[in-house]
Structures are given as structure tokens and as C-alpha cells.
Design a protein around this ligand. Structure first.
Ligand SMILES: Cc1ncc(COP(=O)(O)O)c(C=O)c1O
Length: 389
């Protein structure tokens, strides 16, 4: 058979091979594993949203091909939501594009912004899609370390002048996956100024702004005056409304970039199933009380998990947002070794920080999206494991 594309070989090897193999082995032996691995809300989509989806599924209007640019009512609902939530004004015709989940749009945007050899500034650790799509588009990632010392915010001033000059794209993501760090508006102001100075496309992934605790309200990049001149922001119904399975997100902001992604996608996909667009309209426009209710569940889980990690001697900051806890592994372990040990000895799955980049070394990520009974069992297992050591 002929060779597969050169492009595919640029993807990094799957880092969790060993852990996935161990999980499969344990399951095959009938052993139960408790997973703090994936960030996928366990709580159901709110009933009013499902109801709208069901109604829309019965309407033959929604049985035909959707338009790439999405229903005008959905684009308007997204603009209204941005105004209500962030005080940001968006033109629903030119500055809003619904996506088949934000991951899809993030992945495809690299193809709109980068030519082979172009540089993209990407945080490390990070959600892997920024660097994977950069490489698939022929671009080159330049990694910006996120460390405890810099509060997991990239030091823009430390980027060498020639790198900033050559780069075309800067990716940011706050509230952050995997570090759970948050950014304030002054940071976004600095990022916008930096993007303007160096003529960069500024792409902010804001998937977690609605998952927040202790009264914290994560800001939008677009609250910075002039951000739209250089920036776009990705958002999603996935984490805000427990809709990861329905696959619907959006990009908003700079109209040239939004239009580029629309044109690119119109050649690849045929839009988002319209019943799902109707469900997103209900999510964004209907009652919002479910968000606070879900956050209260995550907050309780966060506090319990942090208390157990402390007993184990693992240091972690208390996150103000996101679905994750980013904990330091004990001295003498690598991320992968420690994750493997927890799996072998306690039957508990955590994600090694190195899955998100080299600066993830020394950390594990724990997700708060497992049902309460499983969380309790996971915590009990961790305590027994710690006492037996
Ligand atoms: C930082 C970040 N961005 C984007 C996504 C993708 O979300 P979706 O494609 O479901 O909108 C995820 C999913 O885990 C994420 O962690």
C-alpha cells in the first residue's frame, strides 16, 4: 500500500499508551478503576435543552442540510449571550460562527492562519489541539512555558524579539486546561497589545469561563477594547451546559478570521445538525440556573479532593475555575511513573502532566467530572493507599 501523508507523521506519539494498556488489563480482569482522567461532565444536559432538541428533531425543517454559517437565530443567541455575560457587542452576521464543538474550529483555524514553516506561539502545558493542528497545517509551534512561578501565564516579554517577529499566531486558554489557572483583564490587555505590536492573530480558547467557584467570574478576551482588531475567542456549550455529546461551540470576534474559518469549513463540513443548533439556542437563551447548580457540585468535589490530596502530601492550588486540579507529584517521581503507580496500586486513573507538554512534567491532572459515588470511592482508595505506604 502507498505511504500515508507526511503530515500525519508530524503528530506526536500517543503518550498514554502504557496507562491505557494497564486500564484495559485491569478491566479485563474484572477490576474496577476509578477515573479522574477525562474532563467530560458526568451531570446530564439540563432538561429544557433536551426537550428543545427532541421537539426540533420532529420538525422536518431540521432533517435537511444545515448552512455552514449556522441558523441566524443561533448566531443572534450567541451575540445576545456575549452581551449579557460579558458586555461584549458582536455583529451576529460577521463576528459569530457556530462550530461542531470548539475543538473542530480550533483545529481548522490553524489551516486558515498558517502556511508551512510559519510559527505559532503555544503555551506548554496546553490542550493538545493547538500544537497538533499547527503541525498538521505545516506550521511550527514555539512553546511558552507555564509554570507556578509565572502563575501559569506566559511571559510575553520573555519571547525573543526575532521569534515574536516571525510568529503569526498566539494561542491562549483561560480558565486553563490543564493547570486550572485563571487570567484577569490586565493580562488580556497585555496580550492584545503584544498581538498588535507583533502583528499576530490572537486566539483565545474560553471553553471554561462558566465553570467557576467562590464568586469568581472569568473574563472574556473580547472585553479588552480593540481586542477584535486582532483576536477571536472560542467558546462552547460543552462544559457550560453539559453538552459535550451534542458537539456545538462557537468562534466570535475578528470578522476576517471568522470569515476565513467559515470559508474553510464550507469546503469540509455541512454545518451543525439543526436540532442541535436549536438545543444550543435554548441553552444560551433559556434559564441559566443550572450553571450555578453544577458549579456547586464541582466546588464540593474540588474541596474534598483537595483535602485528600493534602493528606497524601500532594501540593495543589485551589482552582477558581475549570474542571481540574493540577497537583505536584511527590519528590522522586515523574508524572508518568506516579500516574502508573496510582493505577497499579490504587486502581485510580489520573492524567500525567506530560500529556500536555514538557512543562507538565512533575504534575498530574485530576478531573472533577466523575459521579459523587465514584469520587467517594476514589478518595477512599487514595486514603487507604496513602496509609499503606
Ligand atoms: C481547553 C479546551 N478547549 C476546547 C475543548 C473542546 O471542547 P468542545 O470541542 O467540546 O467544545 C476542550 C475539551 O476538553 C478543552 O479542554
Amino acid at each position: 500500500m502507498a505511504e500515508l501523508s507526511e503530515r500525519l507523521s508530524k503528530l506526536p506519539p500517543y503518550l498514554f499508551v502504557e496507562i491505557s494498556r494497564k486500564i484495559a488489563e485491569k478491566k479485563a480482569r474484572g477490576e474496577k478503576v476509578i477515573s479522574f482522567g477525562i474532563g467530560d461532565p458526568d451531570l446530564p444536559t439540563p432538561a429544557n435543552i433536551i426537550e428543545r432538541l427532541c421537539q426540533a428533531a420532529h420538525d422536518p425543517v431540521n432533517h435537511r442540510y444545515p448552512e455552514t454559517e449556522g441558523l441566524p437565530e443561533l448566531r443572534q443567541a450567541i451575540a445576545n449571550w456575549y452581551r449579557r455575560r460579558f458586555g461584549v457587542e458582536l455583529d451576529p452576521h460577521e463576528e459569530v460562527l457556530p462550530l461542531i464543538g470548539s475543538k473542530e474550529g480550533i483545529g481548522h483555524l490553524s489551516f486558515c492562519l498558517l502556511d508551512p514553516g510559519d510559527l505559532a506561539l503555544i503555551p506548554d502545558p496546553a490542550y493538545p489541539v493547538y500544537s497538533a493542528s499547527t503541525r498538521l497545517a505545516g506550521g511550527e509551534p514555539y512553546f511558552l512555558p507555564l509554570t507556578e512561578e509565572n502563575n501559569f501565564l506566559p511571559e510575553l516579554d520573555a519571547i525573543p524579539a526575532e521569534v515574536a517577529q516571525r510568529a503569526k499566531v498566539l494561542w491562549l486558554n483561560y480558565p486553563n486546561n490543564p493547570t486550572a489557572a485563571v487570567a484577569d483583564l490586565p493580562f488580556f490587555e497585555r496580550a492584545v497589545a503584544f498581538a498588535k505590536k507583533h502583528d499576530l492573530f490572537l486566539c483565545h480558547d474560553a471553553a471554561y469561563t462558566e465553570v467557576a467557584y467562590d464568586g469568581f467570574r472569568p473574563p472574556s478576551l473580547l472585553q479588552v477594547p480593540g481586542a477584535k482588531e486582532v483576536g477571536v475567542e472560542f467558546h462552547s456549550c460543552s462544559k457550560s451546559y453539559n453538552m459535550t455529546g451534542w458537539r456545538i461551540g462557537m468562534v466570535v470576534g475578528n470578522k476576517r478570521v471568522v470569515d476565513a474559518l467559515m470559508r474553510f469549513k464550507s469546503n469540509l463540513d455541512s454545518g451543525i445538525p439543526q436540532a442541535i443548533q436549536q438545543a444550543a439556542i435554548e441553552a444560551l437563551s433559556g434559564p441559566q440556573n443550572a450553571i450555578a447548580e453544577h458549579n456547586e457540585v464541582y466546588r464540593r468535589r474540588r474541596d474534598k479532593l483537595l483535602a485528600t490530596l493534602k493528606m497524601l502530601g500532594l501540593q495543589a492550588r485551589k482552582p477558581l475555575a475549570s474542571l481540574y486540579i493540577w497537583a505536584r507529584v511527590p519528590e522522586g517521581f515523574t508524572s508518568e511513573k506516579f500516574a502508573a503507580k496510582l493505577l497499579d496500586e490504587a486502581g485510580v486513573v489520573v492524567t500525567p502532566g506530560t500529556g500536555y507538554g514538557q512543562y507538565g512534567e512533575g504534575y498530574i491532572r485530576l478531573s472533577l467530572t466523575l459521579p459523587d459515588e465514584e469520587l467517594e470511592e476514589g478518595l477512599a482508595r487514595l486514603k487507604i493507599w496513602a496509609e499503606a505506604r
